[in-house]
Design a protein around this ligand. Sequence first.
Ligand code: NAD
Ligand code: IMJ
Length: 254
Amino acid sequence: MILQDKKAVIFGVANDRSIAYGISESFKKHGAKLAFSYMGDAIKKRVEPISEKLGGDFIFPCDVTSDEQIAESAKFVKEQWGTIDVLVHSVAFATKEDLQGRYVDTSRDGFLTAMNVSAYSLVALCKAYEGILNPGGSVICLTYYGSQKVVPNYNVMGVAKAALESSVRYLASDFGQKQVRVNAISAGPIKTLSASGISDFRDILNHIETHAPLRRNVTTTEVGNTATFLASDLSSAVTGEIVYVDCGFQSVAF
Ligand code: NAD
Ligand code: IMJ
């Protein structure tokens, strides 16, 4: 089992359709120990049974916009496990108004919120967990093609994901000496909670089905399996990389 005895902390499970859930299932299947964060009591009630189902060791609260909660969470994880091998960041947020209409209408507040939750949080988590990440460890975050090309309505999230992807390269450089790797998975569109209420999402899924080389959409299981590769020693020389798990869509122009 390629993740045998590896301890993985997962940020961003909201329900069983979350990308972080697919990652957790795959990690479990390959022998990892799991711990889950949750933001707020509503999500706690959803994460508790998921952690039980996947045999998680513990769950803990963490709003990634709070330095105090991040510090508290790292302290708690250290008390529980001592050290960790894998950190998964599967978190994003922008206000609904900023995910429609013209990008130029993004407010300062909306811009800062998207950047704070979706990009800076990775830096803050890396800093807080640096001391307990084992050599050979792996940090993985989730991004989307809207960072590279204009995708209708993705707007400020595209800009935040561009910052996240650049951040991955700088963090990989910082952590390289410790033999800790930092990578992103750029997943194709998936109908999760974060995709609900997005106008024309069905059209986007249909477009992938007709245009991506594999002529279908990606599943959270497939994203999870790539995360397992990135978490494992099989990817020991891969860092600062953005891995597309998108049925090949990013490679075609028409
Ligand atoms: P999801 O809604 O299941 O997961 C998003 C998670 O972010 C939720 O668990 C939510 O609780 C958490 N979150 C939001 N604000 C937070 C905060 N302040 N503190 C802590 N947690 C917070 O949706 P998902 O699609 O699984 O999204 C996971 C990641 O995958 C995101 O980074 C998203 O941008 C990325 N992604 C999604 C898709 C897609 O099409 N669904 C494609 C590519 C990348
Ligand atoms: C999100 C918005 C617009 C277009 C979109 C998406 N496309 C895809 C997504 C084409 C694939 C999903 N995605 C990649 C995300 O990163 C979603 C982030 C997100 C979603 C919401 C919805 C509810 C809300 N705030 C959000 N913040 C971030 O209030």
